[in-house]
Design a protein around this ligand. Structure first.
Ligand code: ATP
Ligand code: MG
Length: 488
Protein backbone atom coordinates (compact mmCIF):
# COMPACT_ATOMS: atom_id res chain seq x y z
CA UNK A 1 0.00 0.00 0.00
CA UNK A 2 1.54 3.38 -0.91
CA UNK A 3 0.84 6.38 1.29
CA UNK A 4 1.16 9.14 -1.25
CA UNK A 5 -0.98 11.61 0.60
CA UNK A 6 -0.77 12.62 4.23
CA UNK A 7 -3.65 12.23 6.56
CA UNK A 8 -5.29 15.17 8.30
CA UNK A 9 -5.62 12.99 11.38
CA UNK A 10 -1.87 12.52 11.44
CA UNK A 11 -1.36 16.29 11.20
CA UNK A 12 -3.68 17.20 14.05
CA UNK A 13 -2.97 14.46 16.54
CA UNK A 14 -4.25 16.23 19.67
CA UNK A 15 -6.03 14.59 22.71
CA UNK A 16 -9.52 15.47 21.46
CA UNK A 17 -8.73 13.77 18.19
CA UNK A 18 -7.54 10.67 19.98
CA UNK A 19 -10.77 10.49 21.97
CA UNK A 20 -12.80 10.95 18.80
CA UNK A 21 -10.69 8.30 17.07
CA UNK A 22 -11.40 5.80 19.85
CA UNK A 23 -15.10 6.53 19.80
CA UNK A 24 -14.97 6.13 16.05
CA UNK A 25 -13.10 2.86 16.30
CA UNK A 26 -15.44 1.41 18.91
CA UNK A 27 -18.54 2.35 16.92
CA UNK A 28 -20.29 -0.89 15.83
CA UNK A 29 -21.23 0.52 12.41
CA UNK A 30 -18.57 0.36 9.70
CA UNK A 31 -17.60 3.98 9.11
CA UNK A 32 -14.85 5.90 7.36
CA UNK A 33 -14.16 9.56 6.73
CA UNK A 34 -12.23 11.47 4.08
CA UNK A 35 -11.07 15.06 3.83
CA UNK A 36 -11.66 17.47 0.99
CA UNK A 37 -8.58 16.07 -0.77
CA UNK A 38 -10.31 12.65 -0.77
CA UNK A 39 -7.74 11.26 1.62
CA UNK A 40 -8.97 8.78 4.21
CA UNK A 41 -8.80 10.18 7.72
CA UNK A 42 -10.73 7.54 9.62
CA UNK A 43 -11.33 3.83 9.01
CA UNK A 44 -12.87 2.07 12.01
CA UNK A 45 -12.64 -1.54 13.20
CA UNK A 46 -16.11 -2.42 12.04
CA UNK A 47 -14.99 -1.14 8.64
CA UNK A 48 -11.89 -3.34 8.79
CA UNK A 49 -14.03 -6.37 9.65
CA UNK A 50 -16.63 -5.71 6.99
CA UNK A 51 -14.30 -4.82 4.13
CA UNK A 52 -11.12 -6.78 4.99
CA UNK A 53 -8.86 -3.67 4.70
CA UNK A 54 -7.10 -2.31 7.80
CA UNK A 55 -6.90 1.22 9.04
CA UNK A 56 -3.20 1.06 8.31
CA UNK A 57 -3.96 0.17 4.71
CA UNK A 58 -6.30 3.07 4.23
CA UNK A 59 -5.76 6.05 6.48
CA UNK A 60 -3.63 8.69 4.80
CA UNK A 61 -4.32 7.30 1.30
CA UNK A 62 -6.97 7.91 -1.32
CA UNK A 63 -7.23 4.21 -1.99
CA UNK A 64 -10.52 3.61 -0.25
CA UNK A 65 -12.08 2.65 -3.67
CA UNK A 66 -9.96 -0.54 -3.49
CA UNK A 67 -12.11 -1.87 -0.69
CA UNK A 68 -15.12 -1.79 -3.01
CA UNK A 69 -14.18 -1.89 -6.68
CA UNK A 70 -11.54 -3.54 -8.86
CA UNK A 71 -10.85 -0.17 -10.57
CA UNK A 72 -10.58 3.41 -9.18
CA UNK A 73 -13.86 5.31 -9.04
CA UNK A 74 -15.42 7.85 -6.65
CA UNK A 75 -17.39 6.59 -3.65
CA UNK A 76 -20.53 8.26 -2.31
CA UNK A 77 -18.42 10.26 0.19
CA UNK A 78 -16.24 11.53 -2.69
CA UNK A 79 -19.26 12.74 -4.62
CA UNK A 80 -20.62 14.57 -1.58
CA UNK A 81 -17.34 16.43 -1.09
CA UNK A 82 -17.39 17.51 -4.72
CA UNK A 83 -20.30 19.75 -3.67
CA UNK A 84 -23.75 20.77 -4.60
CA UNK A 85 -23.13 21.77 -8.20
CA UNK A 86 -23.69 18.73 -10.43
CA UNK A 87 -24.23 16.51 -7.38
CA UNK A 88 -27.49 14.95 -8.49
CA UNK A 89 -26.31 14.25 -12.03
CA UNK A 90 -23.08 12.72 -10.74
CA UNK A 91 -25.06 10.54 -8.30
CA UNK A 92 -27.36 9.47 -11.12
CA UNK A 93 -24.35 8.60 -13.25
CA UNK A 94 -22.72 6.52 -10.53
CA UNK A 95 -25.80 5.00 -8.83
CA UNK A 96 -28.53 5.10 -11.46
CA UNK A 97 -31.94 4.89 -9.77
CA UNK A 98 -30.47 3.71 -6.49
CA UNK A 99 -29.59 6.86 -4.56
CA UNK A 100 -31.90 8.95 -2.43
CA UNK A 101 -31.61 11.83 -0.04
CA UNK A 102 -31.50 10.82 3.61
CA UNK A 103 -34.67 11.49 5.55
CA UNK A 104 -32.73 12.08 8.83
CA UNK A 105 -29.49 13.91 8.03
CA UNK A 106 -29.46 17.10 5.95
CA UNK A 107 -27.34 16.97 2.76
CA UNK A 108 -26.79 13.22 3.28
CA UNK A 109 -27.48 10.57 0.65
CA UNK A 110 -27.94 6.86 0.87
CA UNK A 111 -27.59 4.02 -1.59
CA UNK A 112 -28.04 0.27 -1.46
CA UNK A 113 -25.93 -1.76 -3.82
CA UNK A 114 -24.35 -5.13 -4.35
CA UNK A 115 -20.55 -5.36 -4.29
CA UNK A 116 -19.38 -8.59 -5.91
CA UNK A 117 -15.76 -8.03 -4.86
CA UNK A 118 -16.35 -7.92 -1.11
CA UNK A 119 -15.97 -11.26 0.67
CA UNK A 120 -16.13 -14.65 -1.02
CA UNK A 121 -19.44 -14.20 -2.81
CA UNK A 122 -20.09 -10.44 -2.56
CA UNK A 123 -22.11 -8.34 -0.16
CA UNK A 124 -25.13 -6.09 -0.23
CA UNK A 125 -24.26 -2.77 1.48
CA UNK A 126 -26.58 0.03 2.54
CA UNK A 127 -24.36 3.10 2.82
CA UNK A 128 -25.01 6.68 3.84
CA UNK A 129 -22.61 9.60 3.28
CA UNK A 130 -22.86 13.09 4.76
CA UNK A 131 -20.62 16.16 4.51
CA UNK A 132 -18.46 17.11 7.54
CA UNK A 133 -18.40 20.85 8.31
CA UNK A 134 -16.26 23.11 10.50
CA UNK A 135 -17.57 25.75 12.90
CA UNK A 136 -18.26 28.11 9.96
CA UNK A 137 -20.24 25.55 8.13
CA UNK A 138 -17.53 24.95 5.57
CA UNK A 139 -17.22 21.45 4.21
CA UNK A 140 -14.00 19.92 5.49
CA UNK A 141 -14.66 16.32 4.57
CA UNK A 142 -17.26 13.55 4.33
CA UNK A 143 -18.25 10.61 6.46
CA UNK A 144 -19.72 7.36 5.17
CA UNK A 145 -21.31 4.52 7.14
CA UNK A 146 -21.83 1.08 5.72
CA UNK A 147 -24.34 -1.54 6.84
CA UNK A 148 -24.17 -5.08 5.61
CA UNK A 149 -27.71 -5.90 4.42
CA UNK A 150 -26.77 -9.11 2.59
CA UNK A 151 -28.88 -11.31 4.89
CA UNK A 152 -31.92 -9.11 4.49
CA UNK A 153 -31.48 -8.97 0.71
CA UNK A 154 -31.01 -12.73 0.52
CA UNK A 155 -34.10 -13.24 2.66
CA UNK A 156 -35.99 -10.73 0.52
CA UNK A 157 -34.88 -12.48 -2.63
CA UNK A 158 -35.89 -15.84 -1.20
CA UNK A 159 -39.21 -14.32 -0.22
CA UNK A 160 -39.67 -12.85 -3.67
CA UNK A 161 -38.79 -16.14 -5.26
CA UNK A 162 -41.15 -17.96 -2.90
CA UNK A 163 -43.83 -15.40 -3.74
CA UNK A 164 -43.20 -15.73 -7.46
CA UNK A 165 -43.24 -19.46 -7.07
CA UNK A 166 -46.46 -19.29 -5.12
CA UNK A 167 -48.01 -17.11 -7.78
CA UNK A 168 -46.85 -19.53 -10.40
CA UNK A 169 -48.31 -22.44 -8.45
CA UNK A 170 -51.57 -20.57 -7.93
CA UNK A 171 -51.67 -19.68 -11.62
CA UNK A 172 -51.00 -23.27 -12.52
CA UNK A 173 -53.66 -24.56 -10.10
CA UNK A 174 -56.14 -21.98 -11.34
CA UNK A 175 -55.42 -23.12 -14.87
CA UNK A 176 -55.80 -26.74 -13.87
CA UNK A 177 -59.04 -25.96 -12.06
CA UNK A 178 -60.37 -24.13 -15.11
CA UNK A 179 -59.40 -27.13 -17.24
CA UNK A 180 -61.08 -29.53 -14.85
CA UNK A 181 -64.12 -27.31 -14.71
CA UNK A 182 -64.34 -27.14 -18.49
CA UNK A 183 -63.95 -30.91 -18.65
CA UNK A 184 -66.65 -31.32 -16.03
CA UNK A 185 -69.01 -29.06 -18.01
CA UNK A 186 -68.26 -31.07 -21.10
CA UNK A 187 -68.89 -34.29 -19.16
CA UNK A 188 -72.21 -32.96 -17.94
CA UNK A 189 -73.19 -31.86 -21.42
CA UNK A 190 -72.22 -35.25 -22.78
CA UNK A 191 -74.10 -37.02 -20.03
CA UNK A 192 -77.19 -34.93 -20.81
CA UNK A 193 -76.80 -35.76 -24.47
CA UNK A 194 -76.40 -39.44 -23.67
CA UNK A 195 -79.45 -39.32 -21.44
CA UNK A 196 -81.52 -37.68 -24.16
CA UNK A 197 -80.24 -40.23 -26.65
CA UNK A 198 -81.16 -43.01 -24.23
CA UNK A 199 -84.64 -41.63 -23.77
CA UNK A 200 -85.05 -41.36 -27.53
CA UNK A 201 -83.82 -44.93 -28.11
CA UNK A 202 -86.13 -46.10 -25.40
CA UNK A 203 -89.07 -44.43 -27.09
CA UNK A 204 -88.01 -45.88 -30.41
CA UNK A 205 -87.72 -49.32 -28.88
CA UNK A 206 -91.14 -49.06 -27.29
CA UNK A 207 -92.55 -47.95 -30.61
CA UNK A 208 -90.76 -50.79 -32.39
CA UNK A 209 -92.03 -53.21 -29.82
CA UNK A 210 -95.59 -52.07 -30.39
CA UNK A 211 -95.13 -52.36 -34.15
CA UNK A 212 -93.74 -55.82 -33.68
CA UNK A 213 -96.63 -57.02 -31.58
CA UNK A 214 -99.08 -55.48 -34.08
CA UNK A 215 -97.26 -57.25 -36.90
CA UNK A 216 -97.34 -60.47 -34.96
CA UNK A 217 -101.09 -60.18 -34.45
CA UNK A 218 -101.62 -59.50 -38.14
CA UNK A 219 -99.42 -62.44 -39.05
CA UNK A 220 -101.32 -64.66 -36.66
CA UNK A 221 -104.58 -63.48 -38.16
CA UNK A 222 -103.33 -63.99 -41.71
CA UNK A 223 -102.07 -67.43 -40.76
CA UNK A 224 -105.39 -68.43 -39.26
CA UNK A 225 -107.19 -67.13 -42.31
CA UNK A 226 -104.92 -69.04 -44.62
CA UNK A 227 -105.47 -72.41 -42.95
CA UNK A 228 -109.18 -71.80 -42.44
CA UNK A 229 -109.30 -70.68 -46.06
CA UNK A 230 -107.94 -74.02 -47.24
CA UNK A 231 -110.34 -75.92 -45.02
CA UNK A 232 -113.22 -73.74 -46.18
CA UNK A 233 -112.28 -74.27 -49.81
CA UNK A 234 -112.31 -78.04 -49.32
CA UNK A 235 -115.58 -78.05 -47.41
CA UNK A 236 -117.22 -75.69 -49.88
CA UNK A 237 -116.16 -77.87 -52.76
CA UNK A 238 -117.42 -81.07 -51.08
CA UNK A 239 -120.76 -79.57 -50.11
CA UNK A 240 -121.30 -77.66 -53.31
CA UNK A 241 -122.08 -80.69 -55.53
CA UNK A 242 -124.51 -82.55 -53.24
CA UNK A 243 -126.25 -79.33 -52.32
CA UNK A 244 -126.52 -78.59 -56.04
CA UNK A 245 -128.37 -81.78 -56.86
CA UNK A 246 -130.38 -81.66 -53.61
CA UNK A 247 -131.51 -78.22 -54.69
CA UNK A 248 -132.50 -79.25 -58.21
CA UNK A 249 -134.04 -82.58 -57.05
CA UNK A 250 -135.96 -80.63 -54.47
CA UNK A 251 -137.60 -78.53 -57.13
CA UNK A 252 -138.46 -81.67 -59.14
CA UNK A 253 -139.79 -83.28 -55.98
CA UNK A 254 -141.98 -80.23 -55.37
CA UNK A 255 -143.30 -80.67 -58.90
CA UNK A 256 -144.00 -84.38 -58.42
CA UNK A 257 -145.78 -83.70 -55.14
CA UNK A 258 -148.00 -81.13 -56.79
CA UNK A 259 -148.89 -83.67 -59.45
CA UNK A 260 -149.52 -86.41 -56.86
CA UNK A 261 -151.77 -84.13 -54.82
CA UNK A 262 -153.69 -83.28 -58.00
CA UNK A 263 -154.13 -86.93 -58.69
CA UNK A 264 -155.27 -87.61 -55.11
CA UNK A 265 -157.83 -84.86 -55.48
CA UNK A 266 -159.12 -86.60 -58.60
CA UNK A 267 -159.37 -89.94 -56.79
CA UNK A 268 -161.16 -88.30 -53.89
CA UNK A 269 -163.65 -86.70 -56.23
CA UNK A 270 -164.25 -90.17 -57.90
CA UNK A 271 -164.78 -91.87 -54.56
CA UNK A 272 -168.67 -91.72 -54.46
CA UNK A 273 -168.89 -93.52 -57.77
CA UNK A 274 -166.76 -96.41 -56.62
CA UNK A 275 -168.14 -99.81 -55.49
CA UNK A 276 -168.89 -100.02 -51.78
CA UNK A 277 -166.05 -102.30 -50.58
CA UNK A 278 -163.40 -100.33 -52.48
CA UNK A 279 -164.79 -97.02 -51.29
CA UNK A 280 -164.76 -98.18 -47.68
CA UNK A 281 -161.14 -99.38 -47.90
CA UNK A 282 -160.05 -96.08 -49.42
CA UNK A 283 -161.86 -94.02 -46.76
CA UNK A 284 -160.32 -96.10 -43.95
CA UNK A 285 -156.90 -95.68 -45.51
CA UNK A 286 -157.37 -91.91 -45.89
CA UNK A 287 -158.44 -91.53 -42.30
CA UNK A 288 -155.53 -93.62 -41.07
CA UNK A 289 -152.90 -91.47 -42.76
CA UNK A 290 -154.87 -88.30 -41.95
CA UNK A 291 -154.62 -87.09 -45.52
CA UNK A 292 -156.08 -83.67 -44.68
CA UNK A 293 -153.24 -83.03 -42.24
CA UNK A 294 -150.65 -84.26 -44.73
CA UNK A 295 -152.05 -81.91 -47.33
CA UNK A 296 -151.41 -79.01 -44.96
CA UNK A 297 -148.16 -80.16 -43.45
CA UNK A 298 -146.27 -81.36 -46.53
CA UNK A 299 -146.14 -77.89 -48.18
CA UNK A 300 -144.96 -76.37 -44.87
CA UNK A 301 -142.23 -78.99 -44.52
CA UNK A 302 -141.25 -78.46 -48.14
CA UNK A 303 -141.07 -74.68 -47.70
CA UNK A 304 -138.94 -74.97 -44.55
CA UNK A 305 -136.59 -77.47 -46.18
CA UNK A 306 -136.38 -75.19 -49.21
CA UNK A 307 -135.28 -72.31 -46.96
CA UNK A 308 -132.76 -74.57 -45.28
CA UNK A 309 -131.28 -75.57 -48.61
CA UNK A 310 -131.06 -71.92 -49.69
CA UNK A 311 -129.28 -71.10 -46.41
CA UNK A 312 -126.80 -73.91 -46.90
CA UNK A 313 -126.14 -72.67 -50.43
CA UNK A 314 -125.50 -69.19 -49.02
CA UNK A 315 -123.04 -70.51 -46.47
CA UNK A 316 -121.25 -72.46 -49.17
CA UNK A 317 -121.09 -69.29 -51.25
CA UNK A 318 -119.66 -67.37 -48.27
CA UNK A 319 -117.09 -70.09 -47.71
CA UNK A 320 -116.13 -69.93 -51.36
CA UNK A 321 -115.80 -66.14 -51.20
CA UNK A 322 -113.80 -66.48 -48.06
CA UNK A 323 -111.35 -68.91 -49.54
CA UNK A 324 -111.25 -66.78 -52.67
CA UNK A 325 -111.91 -69.68 -54.97
CA UNK A 326 -113.84 -67.24 -57.12
CA UNK A 327 -110.77 -65.34 -58.19
CA UNK A 328 -112.10 -64.28 -61.53
CA UNK A 329 -113.02 -60.71 -60.60
CA UNK A 330 -111.45 -57.69 -62.20
CA UNK A 331 -109.76 -54.70 -60.63
CA UNK A 332 -111.64 -51.62 -61.78
CA UNK A 333 -111.84 -47.96 -60.87
CA UNK A 334 -114.99 -47.52 -58.82
CA UNK A 335 -116.84 -44.85 -56.88
CA UNK A 336 -116.82 -45.96 -53.27
CA UNK A 337 -119.82 -43.77 -52.42
CA UNK A 338 -121.99 -45.44 -55.08
CA UNK A 339 -121.02 -48.86 -53.76
CA UNK A 340 -121.91 -47.84 -50.19
CA UNK A 341 -125.24 -46.37 -51.32
CA UNK A 342 -126.29 -49.48 -53.23
CA UNK A 343 -125.23 -51.71 -50.34
CA UNK A 344 -127.31 -49.57 -47.98
CA UNK A 345 -130.29 -50.16 -50.28
CA UNK A 346 -129.80 -53.92 -50.22
CA UNK A 347 -129.61 -54.09 -46.43
CA UNK A 348 -132.26 -51.46 -45.78
CA UNK A 349 -134.63 -54.15 -44.45
CA UNK A 350 -132.13 -55.07 -41.77
CA UNK A 351 -131.49 -51.46 -40.85
CA UNK A 352 -134.54 -49.31 -41.34
CA UNK A 353 -136.48 -50.49 -38.28
CA UNK A 354 -133.48 -50.27 -35.97
CA UNK A 355 -131.40 -47.22 -36.79
CA UNK A 356 -131.03 -43.97 -38.66
CA UNK A 357 -128.16 -43.93 -41.12
CA UNK A 358 -126.07 -40.75 -41.13
CA UNK A 359 -123.77 -40.28 -44.10
CA UNK A 360 -120.72 -38.00 -43.89
CA UNK A 361 -118.93 -38.44 -47.18
CA UNK A 362 -115.60 -36.71 -47.75
CA UNK A 363 -114.04 -35.70 -51.06
CA UNK A 364 -112.41 -38.90 -52.32
CA UNK A 365 -111.38 -40.07 -55.77
CA UNK A 366 -112.42 -43.33 -57.41
CA UNK A 367 -110.34 -46.22 -56.20
CA UNK A 368 -109.02 -49.25 -58.02
CA UNK A 369 -110.65 -52.24 -56.33
CA UNK A 370 -112.88 -55.31 -56.58
CA UNK A 371 -116.16 -53.41 -56.08
CA UNK A 372 -118.37 -56.43 -55.29
CA UNK A 373 -115.99 -57.50 -52.57
CA UNK A 374 -115.75 -54.01 -51.12
CA UNK A 375 -119.56 -53.92 -51.10
CA UNK A 376 -119.53 -57.15 -49.19
CA UNK A 377 -117.23 -55.64 -46.58
CA UNK A 378 -119.52 -52.64 -46.23
CA UNK A 379 -122.56 -54.91 -46.02
CA UNK A 380 -121.04 -57.04 -43.27
CA UNK A 381 -120.10 -53.98 -41.26
CA UNK A 382 -123.53 -52.36 -41.63
CA UNK A 383 -125.42 -55.54 -40.77
CA UNK A 384 -123.20 -56.07 -37.73
CA UNK A 385 -123.83 -52.48 -36.66
CA UNK A 386 -127.59 -52.97 -36.99
CA UNK A 387 -127.40 -56.19 -35.00
CA UNK A 388 -125.48 -54.45 -32.23
CA UNK A 389 -128.28 -51.95 -31.71
CA UNK A 390 -130.79 -52.99 -29.04
CA UNK A 391 -134.49 -52.26 -28.69
CA UNK A 392 -134.04 -48.53 -28.67
CA UNK A 393 -133.59 -46.90 -32.06
CA UNK A 394 -129.93 -46.27 -32.75
CA UNK A 395 -127.70 -44.46 -35.19
CA UNK A 396 -125.28 -45.80 -37.79
CA UNK A 397 -122.72 -43.36 -39.14
CA UNK A 398 -120.98 -43.93 -42.46
CA UNK A 399 -118.04 -41.63 -43.09
CA UNK A 400 -115.35 -41.45 -45.77
CA UNK A 401 -112.24 -39.39 -46.27
CA UNK A 402 -108.85 -39.15 -47.82
CA UNK A 403 -105.65 -40.18 -46.07
CA UNK A 404 -102.59 -38.60 -47.66
CA UNK A 405 -101.92 -38.84 -51.39
CA UNK A 406 -102.38 -42.56 -51.75
CA UNK A 407 -105.19 -43.72 -49.48
CA UNK A 408 -108.87 -43.32 -48.65
CA UNK A 409 -110.73 -44.52 -45.60
CA UNK A 410 -114.27 -45.42 -44.70
CA UNK A 411 -115.77 -45.71 -41.26
CA UNK A 412 -118.90 -47.43 -40.07
CA UNK A 413 -119.84 -46.55 -36.53
CA UNK A 414 -122.77 -47.41 -34.32
CA UNK A 415 -123.99 -46.49 -30.86
CA UNK A 416 -124.85 -50.11 -30.07
CA UNK A 417 -123.66 -52.62 -27.52
CA UNK A 418 -119.93 -52.25 -28.06
CA UNK A 419 -117.57 -55.21 -27.76
CA UNK A 420 -116.17 -56.61 -24.52
CA UNK A 421 -112.38 -56.24 -24.22
CA UNK A 422 -111.87 -60.00 -23.89
CA UNK A 423 -113.86 -60.54 -27.12
CA UNK A 424 -112.42 -57.85 -29.32
CA UNK A 425 -109.27 -59.81 -30.20
CA UNK A 426 -111.39 -62.66 -31.57
CA UNK A 427 -113.95 -60.91 -33.74
CA UNK A 428 -111.91 -61.37 -36.92
CA UNK A 429 -111.55 -65.09 -36.27
CA UNK A 430 -113.53 -67.23 -38.73
CA UNK A 431 -116.67 -68.72 -37.16
CA UNK A 432 -116.39 -66.52 -34.09
CA UNK A 433 -119.85 -65.24 -33.30
CA UNK A 434 -121.77 -64.16 -30.24
CA UNK A 435 -125.08 -64.50 -32.05
CA UNK A 436 -127.64 -67.24 -31.49
CA UNK A 437 -127.29 -70.49 -33.46
CA UNK A 438 -128.64 -69.96 -36.94
CA UNK A 439 -128.38 -66.17 -36.61
CA UNK A 440 -124.72 -65.72 -37.48
CA UNK A 441 -121.99 -67.89 -38.96
CA UNK A 442 -119.16 -65.75 -37.63
CA UNK A 443 -117.69 -65.38 -41.11
CA UNK A 444 -118.65 -61.75 -41.80
CA UNK A 445 -115.62 -60.01 -40.27
CA UNK A 446 -113.06 -62.64 -41.26
CA UNK A 447 -114.32 -62.30 -44.84
CA UNK A 448 -114.05 -58.52 -44.56
CA UNK A 449 -110.55 -58.87 -43.16
CA UNK A 450 -109.48 -61.14 -46.03
CA UNK A 451 -110.93 -58.79 -48.64
CA UNK A 452 -109.26 -55.70 -47.13
CA UNK A 453 -105.98 -57.57 -46.95
CA UNK A 454 -106.31 -58.54 -50.60
CA UNK A 455 -106.68 -54.81 -51.34
CA UNK A 456 -103.45 -54.12 -49.40
CA UNK A 457 -105.48 -52.13 -46.93
CA UNK A 458 -106.14 -52.45 -43.25
CA UNK A 459 -109.14 -52.69 -40.99
CA UNK A 460 -109.21 -51.47 -37.39
CA UNK A 461 -111.80 -51.43 -34.70
CA UNK A 462 -112.42 -48.95 -31.93
CA UNK A 463 -115.05 -49.91 -29.39
CA UNK A 464 -116.36 -49.16 -25.92
CA UNK A 465 -118.70 -51.51 -24.13
CA UNK A 466 -122.18 -50.00 -23.82
CA UNK A 467 -121.29 -47.02 -26.03
CA UNK A 468 -120.70 -48.32 -29.53
CA UNK A 469 -118.21 -49.50 -32.10
CA UNK A 470 -116.43 -47.96 -35.05
CA UNK A 471 -114.75 -49.95 -37.81
CA UNK A 472 -112.27 -48.11 -39.99
CA UNK A 473 -111.13 -49.45 -43.35
CA UNK A 474 -108.13 -47.89 -45.06
CA UNK A 475 -107.63 -48.64 -48.75
CA UNK A 476 -105.00 -47.64 -51.30
CA UNK A 477 -106.34 -45.58 -54.19
CA UNK A 478 -104.29 -47.47 -56.77
CA UNK A 479 -104.10 -51.24 -56.73
CA UNK A 480 -100.56 -52.55 -56.34
CA UNK A 481 -99.06 -49.04 -56.18
CA UNK A 482 -98.58 -48.66 -52.47
CA UNK A 483 -98.38 -51.88 -50.59
CA UNK A 484 -99.77 -51.38 -47.14
CA UNK A 485 -97.32 -52.09 -44.41
CA UNK A 486 -99.39 -54.18 -42.03
CA UNK A 487 -97.22 -53.06 -39.14
CA UNK A 488 -97.72 -49.33 -39.79
N1 ATP B 1 -120.71 -53.39 -34.67
C1 ATP B 1 -120.59 -54.38 -33.76
N2 ATP B 1 -120.99 -54.17 -32.49
C2 ATP B 1 -120.88 -55.16 -31.56
N3 ATP B 1 -120.32 -56.37 -31.79
C3 ATP B 1 -119.92 -56.63 -33.05
C4 ATP B 1 -120.01 -55.66 -34.09
N4 ATP B 1 -119.50 -56.20 -35.21
C5 ATP B 1 -119.11 -57.46 -34.88
N5 ATP B 1 -119.37 -57.73 -33.60
C6 ATP B 1 -119.07 -58.97 -32.87
O1 ATP B 1 -118.21 -59.74 -33.67
C7 ATP B 1 -118.72 -61.03 -33.87
C8 ATP B 1 -118.24 -61.53 -35.21
O2 ATP B 1 -118.80 -60.78 -36.25
P1 ATP B 1 -118.94 -61.42 -37.66
O3 ATP B 1 -119.54 -60.43 -38.58
O4 ATP B 1 -117.63 -62.01 -38.05
O5 ATP B 1 -119.91 -62.63 -37.41
P2 ATP B 1 -121.47 -62.56 -37.11
O6 ATP B 1 -122.01 -61.24 -37.42
O7 ATP B 1 -121.62 -63.07 -35.73
O8 ATP B 1 -121.98 -63.61 -38.15
P3 ATP B 1 -122.15 -63.41 -39.73
O9 ATP B 1 -121.61 -62.08 -40.05
O10 ATP B 1 -121.34 -64.49 -40.32
O11 ATP B 1 -123.59 -63.51 -39.98
C9 ATP B 1 -120.18 -60.82 -33.75
O12 ATP B 1 -120.83 -62.02 -33.40
C10 ATP B 1 -120.30 -59.80 -32.64
O13 ATP B 1 -120.13 -60.41 -31.39
MG1 MG C 1 -121.57 -60.25 -39.28
Amino acid sequence: MSHATTSIAAEQDGPADIALSEFFDGHPVATFAIDTAHVVTHWNRACEQLLGWTKADMVGTANHWQAFYPRPRPLLADVIIAGAAGLESELERLYPGKHRRSALIPDAYEVEEFFPNIGASGHWLHFTAAPLRDGNGRVVGAIETLRDVTERRVAENALRRAHDNLEHVVDKRTGQLADINAKLQEDIAQRLLAEAELRRSNLELTELNQQLSRAQQQLLQADKLASIGQLAAGVAHEINNPIGYIFSNFRTLQNYLDQLFGMLDAYQRAEPSLAAPDAATLRALRERIDLDFLRQDIPTLMAESGEGIVRVRHIVQDLKDFSRVDANQEWVWADLHRGIDSTLNIVSNEVKYKADVVKEYGAIPDIQCLPLQINQVVMNLIVNAAHAIGDERGRITVRTGRDGDDHVWLEIGDNGSGIAPETVSRIFDPFFTTKAIGKGTGLGLSLAYGIVQKHSGRIDVDTALGQGTRFRVRLPIRHGAATEDPTA
